[in-house]
Every structure is written in C-alpha cells, then in structure tokens.
Design a protein around this ligand. Structure first.
Ligand code: ZN
Length: 432
C-alpha cells in the first residue's frame, strides 16, 4: 500500500512541485494583501487555474484534503448571492444554496459580523455538504445535505456556551445591589443571591454599611463574550455584623438544586424574612429610623421601602385568599400558608399576573409590585405575618429551620462541601 502511494507521488512529482509553487505565490500575495478577507477563497481561486484544471481532479483526491471548511464573516453590504459567488463551486450548487436559504425565514437578512460556515466535499463533483448560518448570538441554523444529495434539511441549533466559574467579594456601601453591580455581577445573579438569603435576612434592617459578601457563581459565555447567561450560585457568604452566613449548592437529586449551610441545614424555611427583591433594598446605614415611614411607631407589620414596581414575592407556598382593594392597605394580597400562618402584602401598585382569590402560589412567585396605594406616604411594601389569627412581628419570627441532611445524604453533602471549599481557595489564590 505504502509503495503504491509512493509510486503515485513519484508519478505526479511535476504537479506536486507546481502546486507548491502556486502555494508559495499565494502565500506571498496573501502577506501583501491588505484586504485579508476570504483568504481561503482566494487560495481556491488560484488553484482554479485553467492549466491545472484538467489534471487537478485526479490529484485532489490523492493529495488535497477531501473536505474544505470555510468560516465567512459577513461584511457590510454582503448578500447571499455575492457570498456564494465568491466560492468556486458549480452553478447548480449555488442555485441550490440560494433556494435553500430563501426558504429559511430566520435568515431573511444578513447583518455585519454574522457568521456563515461551509463544508465542501471536493471529491468527484464539488458539493456543499453542510453549511451553517448564524441567526443571532444564541442560535444557528444548520443545513445538512440529504442522502439523495438533492436537498438540504435544516435545523435550528443552540450555540455552545462555555461555562465560567467566577469568584467575587465586596464590602456593601450603599446597597448590596449597587455594590454587586460595581463588581460586574449580573443582575440575575444578585437577585438570586438576595432570594437565597431572603429566608434568614431582612435586607432592609439586617444589612449594615461595611457588611461583606463573597460569591462563587457560574456564567455561560460565548467565545467573544458577546453573550453572557447567568448560571447557578455555587457558594455564597454574607457577613453581617460579624455573623457568617454560608450557603453551599447541593444537588440532593439530579437537577434539583438546593442550598444548605455548612452544617447541612437547608436554607429554605416556611416563610421568607424579605418577601421582596432584597437586592434592591438600600442598607439603612445602621439602625436609623426611617423619617417618613416611621419604623418607631407601633405598627402591625414590617415596611420595606423600595422603588415602585419592585417585585413582591409570595413568602411561602399557599393559597391566595384575597387579591383586591382593601381600603387603607390599597391593593393587597393575603395568602394562607397552612393552618398556622397567613401573610398580607399591602400598598401594591399592581397585582402579579394571574394572582386572584383561590389561586395556589409557590414560594418566591411574584404576586405583585411595590406601590403607594391606600394610606401610604411613599412607595413601600407593608408586610404582615399572622400566626394562629394574631399579627406578629415577622422579623422576630422564629420559624422551624429547614431539614438537616443526615446519613448518606449528609456524607455526600460533606464531600460536595469540601470540593466547593477547595474550589474557593483555588479561585482566591488565582486572584493574587
Ligand atoms: Zn406598614
């Protein structure tokens, strides 16, 4: 076999040298070519020399790679016609390409920097066997040649994003939200951070200036970082007034993510302390009394000052027993969680989508938005917790904590925790 190939090569020595010469010429041209667009196409064109054309088909099958791939970046003013015309392929192939893209409604127009990929089979009859057109930063449409070679079948594919693990830490200045945004953390991640701590922290009263936080989270990015999607939080620490609150991500079952403290105790509680997007609440700079809302005055609930439109969450699972105008409370929602607890949310600007009497809600579901309806001096959420029919101070409420992992589950959690701690020290070490 080897000998046979060698003989063949000898037989075509002349042509091999000729091709090498052409290659050198092309390379030289390339280096002097200021317009560097479409180098591969250029190379192709050079090879399409009339003199060579006859002998080349027999040569290509032996010496050239069978498949040619081209990554084309759309320039301003490009059309599918001019792009396909720059490829040296039979005219039937060009026509098939144009007919195929015309039928795909997702790619009616071409935009600058959009990417098009071609895979061309050069054996025997030159054919496009696959091509791909970028729809947007998230999706491509992929065209594969059918077995009968007559047509292409298309399918839309999600692009592959790279997972990046990020570590950030900060000192809270004015609010968690502003501090985190300054550090480059995406809003979705901040809101998730606040939601996870919303079971044990009242973001309006428990967060002081100078409190610190750490967070490890996933982010999904495409190659040029033009698309970033937020992933899960892996670890977080919130240090308020010297108290460390740690949370570790743990998948007890596949695809069921939960968060536990360092002792394997679930973060989840029946009710949340901050049933509002806590990330957006400003820190009170110490235990300053609010001048307008007057936390000092005897009050049957807890007020959270927040901009109009800030989402309000159901503090726990339950059934909506009221979603209507209730006088001084303005637009209000009441939820019955179990035989012991009910919660009330007042002064809403509007109700959440589909929120009405009798509807079942999940903890964390948006039930309305902050407003100033009813007897109110400014946009805020008035939040009440009712225990066995009596209004109680929601912020002093000691709810039974979530379950603590035991036995095999606990062992698995401990291994997972060690892995996260190692990851954390690696990430911190890489910062220095
Ligand atoms: Zn109030």
């Amino acid at each position: 076999m080897k000998i046979k190939i060698l003989e063949k090569i000898e037989e075509y020595t002349y042509f091999i040298w000729f091709i090498l010469l052409v290659l050198v010429a092309v390379l030289v041209t390339y280096f002097y070519d200021t317009n560097k667009k479409n180098q591969i196409l250029y190379l192709q064109k050079s090879l399409e020399n009339v003199y060579l054309k006859k002998s080349i088909s027999s040569l290509t099958s032996n010496l050239k790679p069978r498949f040619l791939t081209i990554n084309y970046v759309v320039q301003n003013g490009d059309t599918f016609e001019n792009i396909i015309d720059s490829l040296i392929i039979p005219s039937e192939e060009k026509k098939l390409f144009l007919d195929t893209v015309k039928r795909q409604k997702e790619i009616k127009t071409l935009n600058q920097n959009q990417e098009i990929y071609f895979k061309i089979d050069r054996k025997d009859n030159v054919r496009i066997i696959e091509f791909k057109v970028e729809i947007n930063k998230k999706k491509d449409v992929v065209f594969l040649r059918d077995e009968n070679l007559l047509n292409f079948s298309s399918k839309i594919e999600e692009k592959i994003l790279n997972k990046v693990i990020i570590f950030k830490e900060g000192i809270i200045e004015s609010s968690l939200y502003n501090t985190a945004i300054k550090l480059g953390i995406k809003p979705n991640t901040i809101v998730e951070f606040a939601r996870l701590y919303g079971f044990q922290v009242d973001f309006q009263r428990d967060i002081w200036k100078g409190d610190t936080f750490q967070i490890i989270y996933e982010q999904f990015e495409n190659e040029d970082r033009s698309l970033i999607e937020t992933g899960n939080i892996i670890f977080a620490n919130l240090n308020t007034q010297g108290n460390d609150l740690n949370l570790y991500k743990f998948e007890l079952e596949k695809n069921k993510i939960d968060y536990y403290d360092e002792n394997g105790k679930s973060m989840k509680k029946t009710l949340m302390k901050t049933p509002i997007n806590g990330a957006r609440l400003s820190s009170p700079y110490g235990k300053r009394k609010h001048p307008i809302l007057g936390f000092t005055k005897m009050h049957n609930g807890t007020d959270f000052a927040a901009p109009t439109g800030t989402p309000i969450m159901a503090s726990g699972d339950g059934v909506v027993t009221r979603a209507q105008w209730c006088g001084g409370g303005g637009n209000c929602v009441k939820i019955k969680h179990n035989s012991v607890y009910q919660t009330v949310y007042a002064h809403m600007s509007k109700f959440g989508r589909g929120i009405k009497k009798g509807v079942r809600v999940k903890q964390g579901q948006i039930i309305g938005y902050v407003g100033s309806t009813g007897l109110s001096t400014g946009p805020h959420l008035h939040y009440e917790v009712i225990e066995n029919g009596r209004k109680i101070n929601s912020q002093k409420l000691k709810l039974p904590s979530g379950k603590t992992l035991k036995g095999k589950q606990r062992n698995k959690f401990e291994v997972n925790k060690i892995k996260i701690d190692v990851l954390k020290s690696e990430l911190i070490a890489s910062l220095n």
